[in-house]
Design a protein around this ligand. Structure first.
Ligand code: GP9
Ligand code: MN
Length: 639
């Protein structure tokens, strides 16, 4: 009995000792505990806002917890007082970041990036309505910051058991290594499942949804810094002069019949999603695939050897090439990387000629960083998803039918002369939303990607036909030049065999593949003037110089060539492949093909020169963009 009592007493003493130890441990690390609870709650709350459809936290908990622990690991290196302060500062900063993200998201349905801040989009677009956008619930993010003030004050008085530096350093590693690994793995997985996404940031919301906003902002910072570091080397004035001369080559063009002929007319450019050339004047099951475009091509000047030149920036690269006459970024997307640059874009030159300029596209404003980049290109207005009534959707968003109808109404209200850049959406990969496509019979291709594409593009063709007919009926066409082209490929490489089969190509070569990378481009002039076919080899980079010539705009800063004034151009692709219309060089196999015979040919000194020149042109483009040379060139010119 005595022993039992003694044992009980001992147990009690040890327990109280343990309890006291535990209590002290908890109190000593209260700041860490609170940080580990508060920050993930805030991050998850924001994630729920941008991703209301998700049903469980499993998707996001790993990157959110691991990024929080990574931050925490930095703080634990310091002594307890500094650590607590640091964690508190992190809390404040994260709260500000999330509130800013929330306000921006409620307006643009996108996430703030450094480019957004640099371009002042936040100020321009949101300023007027900032107060109406901040809701009371946004302040919840700050509640703990306020409540913590008195708590931290009292907490200061608690004497903590100070850890030795060696212990703190090991704690740092113990936290950072697994957390960094888990976080890195989440980022890596995304880079595998969504190639190009992390470099181009075309869909910031997607990244934020699945990695959390902390990771998103760190990745954004990483991209920007990496770009800054790799471009920090200054260019010599000789290199700069060479670039300036190369950009100016169009200015020395002798005036042609087209020069200034359409000055004062409206310009409507229609960029069609995934419109490839092979569907033009082609049939499936004895029906025309694009009867309307075929009809309009007959009334227009059709360029039937026109290539897309996009790189990983896809649609945005097509816009970039066509509006600026520069090559896309070597990796990543120009719309993201160079959004802070100065441009001598088509819209800017049109503005300077008293045109009204606007972009119309019925999709999310922040996608492809458009809201930021249109500002940099000096478009006066961007009518994005918010400006349209989303009364009918196909695929990604607003249907082309509804979009083009609403766009026509908008065009009618624009003050003339105007430049309107209209971008369609419905014929977007994977083309499987058949709503409104009718029952276009694609025979044996039914159920394949190619079959779906044929249905999809047939639908878009019908909408474009209606739009073009209405432009004509309403008299707009009499006073406008209308340009239409496809942005990029529709059938990716892994499904290309279906297309070879459709085209009846046996034993395809890389030349065959390249010849299928054409997109239709036509220019319709008032009264069907200049109609015909132009067979010259050309590409998207040549559009701006061509339009500049027709509209009497300066042709000073462009790498493409005017389709009406220049012969023997080279069409250069981002990977260094090129064609001069006779020979096709495929860079990934270092092979030259004779276009007429389809045979490979040996490199001649002339071809070697062309190959080197292709790389020089790409280098001019990269240098201009990386060093923001247009800012320098255009401001010097004004003096
Ligand atoms: C969406 C659209 C799609 O706005 O332009 O871009 P893409 O995926 O084709 O590059
Ligand atoms: Mn596209």
């Amino acid at each position: 009995m005595k022993n039992l009592l003694k044992n009980l007493k001992n147990l009690l003493i040890t327990n109280t000792y343990l309890l006291r130890k535990l209590k002290n441990l908890l109190l000593d690390n209260l700041d860490i505990l609170l940080f580990l609870i508060i920050i993930p709650i805030k991050l998850i709350k924001f994630d729920r806002l941008i991703y209301p459809e998700y049903t469980h936290y499993k998707l996001i908990i790993k990157p959110i917890m691991s990024s929080t622990v990574c931050l925490l690991s930095i703080a634990v290196i310091f002594k307890s007082k500094i650590r607590t302060r640091l964690l508190y500062i992190f809390d404040i900063l994260i709260s500000i970041l999330i509130i800013a993200d929330t306000v921006y998201f409620s307006y643009f349905k996108d996430i703030i990036s450094i480019g957004v801040l640099k371009n002042g989009v936040m100020l321009g677009g949101v300023k007027s309505s900032v107060t109406s956008l901040i809701t009371l619930s946004d302040f919840l993010y700050f509640v703990d910051v306020l409540i913590l003030i008195p708590i931290l004050f009292i907490y200061k008085k608690h004497k903590r058991n100070e850890l030795k530096l060696a212990f703190r350093a090991s704690l740092f590693l113990i936290l950072l290594i697994p957390a960094g690994y888990i976080n890195g793995k989440a980022i890596y997985n995304m880079s595998v499942s969504q190639p190009n996404l992390l470099q181009t940031m075309y869909n910031k919301v997607y990244i934020d949804k699945f990695l959390g906003t902390l990771d998103f902002h760190v990745l954004d910072l990483y991209n920007v810094t990496q770009n800054k570091i790799s471009n920090s080397k200054k260019l010599s004035s000789k290199t700069e002069n060479n670039i300036r001369n190369a950009l100016n080559k169009n200015s020395s063009n002798a005036p042609s019949v087209m020069t200034g002929r359409y000055k004062g007319k409206n310009l409507i450019i229609i960029q069609v999603e995934a419109l490839q050339q092979f569907v033009i004047n082609s049939k499936v099951e004895n029906q025309e695939i694009t009867p309307n475009l075929n009809r309009w091509i007959n009334k227009s000047l059709y360029f039937n050897n026109y290539f897309y030149q996009v790189s990983s920036g896809n649609t945005s690269d097509a816009e970039f090439l066509s509006n600026n006459s520069f090559y896309p970024a070597s990796s990543g997307a120009a719309y993201y990387l160079y959004a802070g640059n100065t441009y001598s874009s088509l819209a800017k030159e049109m503005n300077d000629n008293n045109y009204y300029t606007a972009v119309l596209h019925g999709y999310k404003e922040g996608f492809w960083n458009r809201n930021v980049m249109y500002k940099a290109q000096k478009f006066k207005d961007f009518f994005g998803e918010k400006s349209f009534n989303l009364n009918e959707t196909v695929g990604l968003g607003l249907s082309d039918k509804s979009f083009l109808r609403q766009s026509l109404t908008k065009l009618k209200s624009f003050s003339e002369p105007y430049y309107s850049f209209v971008i369609t959406l419905s014929s977007h990969y994977p083309y499987d939303d058949t709503t409104g496509y009718g029952d276009f019979n694609v025979g044996s291709y039914d159920g394949t990607l190619l079959g779906d594409y044929l249905k999809g593009i047939h639908y878009t063709d019908a909408q474009l036909g209606e739009f073009l007919d209405n432009l004509e009926k309403s008299g707009i066409m009499d006073n406008s030049v209308v340009v239409l082209y496809g942005d990029h490929y529709a059938i990716p490489k892994d499904k290309i065999n279906d297309l070879y089969d459709f085209q009846n190509i046996k034993n395809p070569t890389d030349l065959d593949w390249y010849q299928l990378q054409k997109v239709p481009m036509f220019i319709h002039f008032p009264k069907d003037d200049n109609k015909g076919v132009n067979n010259e080899y050309s590409g998207q980079i040549d559009l701006y110089p061509t339009i500049a010539n027709m509209f009497g705009l300066p042709q000073n800063y462009m790498l493409g060539t005017d389709l009406f004034s220049t012969k023997n151009r080279m069409v250069i692709f981002r990977n260094g492949s090129f064609t001069d219309g006779n020979v096709f060089y495929v860079s990934w196999t270092n092979t030259y093909y004779d276009i007429k015979t389809g045979n490979t040919i040996a490199e001649s000194p002339k071809l070697k020169k062309e190959k080197d020149n292709a790389l020089v042109q790409l280098q001019y483009s990269d240098n201009t963009l990386n060093h923001n040379l247009l800012k320098k060139f255009t401001s010097k010119k004004k003096k």
